[in-house]
Design a protein around this ligand. Structure first.
Ligand SMILES: [Mg+2]
Length: 229
């Protein structure tokens, strides 16, 4: 059996800053920090890591971080749902993703999951918005741990429990769009397909030595050749 763990933002879908806008609204409300002024790049970071970086840059006293973070994440999902539902929200599925997921879901050899820095609740909101949530019964999420490198273990454990099988680590693939996805795969001793549909070019991703690197997921045969390799 093979386990394929997909990142969400920059891989399955693009949501043009919708998540950061919602996070920024929640952050402004609970801490007074204006996230949009801090220049925090979300790429490949977990939501808790983004929030802590903003707290630090915004000068929030460290002793108040845990409670402020708790209040912030209590508000964030409702704002995200609102932003995702707004008529002006630009949310789209990446090229080839639906065809790829349909194909993999129809193969007995492949099991699917998520590995994302989103909280589990907000990961589901994003995926439901574009109709992709049902492909992923399990995952590792930013709500499990603020360090992305640790999320693979959560995803793998849940996959074992859900699908009832063991996965040799050389048959576990992460699919991601940043160097942090590559590092998360290394931390799990899994393999990684880097795809240049996020902020980074193929050349930039290749510097981090992923097992495979593609421009996008549009060429089904090409992607399958990697994931079955
Ligand atoms: Mg990503």
């Amino acid at each position: 059996m093979r386990l394929i763990l997909f990142d969400i933002d920059g891989i399955l879908m693009a949501s043009s800053g919708v998540g950061m806008r919602a996070l920024g609204r929640a952050m402004g409300e609970v801490s007074g920090i204006d996230l949009s002024l801090l220049g925090v790049l979300p790429d490949g970071k977990t939501d808790p890591a983004i929030v802590r970086e903003a707290f630090e840059l915004g000068g929030l006293a460290p002793e108040s971080w845990p409670e402020t973070e708790r209040q912030l994440f209590a508000r964030y999902p409702a704002y995200l749902a609102e932003e995702l539902a707004a008529p002006e929200a630009r949310v789209s599925i990446m090229p080839g993703v639906v065809e790829l997921l349909e194909h993999l879901a129809g193969q007995r050899e492949f099991h699917l999951g998520l590995l994302t820095g989103n909280l589990e609740s907000t990961a589901r909101l994003k995926l439901e918005r574009v109709g992709l949530s049902q492909y992923f019964p399990i995952g590792g999420f930013g709500s499990d741990c603020h360090q992305r490198e640790n999320l693979g273990r959560f995803a793998l454990e849940r996959a074992r429990a859900h699908y009832g099988v063991e996965y040799p680590l050389e048959r576990v693939w992460l699919v991601g769009d940043t160097d942090r996805d590559v590092q998360a795969a290394r931390a799990l001793s899994a393999r990684v397909l880097a795809v240049a549909t996020g902020r980074y070019t193929r050349a930039q991703l290749e510097e981090h030595l992923p097992d495979a690197c593609l421009e996008n997921l549009a060429a089904l045969e090409e992607v399958l050749q990697v994931l079955a390799g």
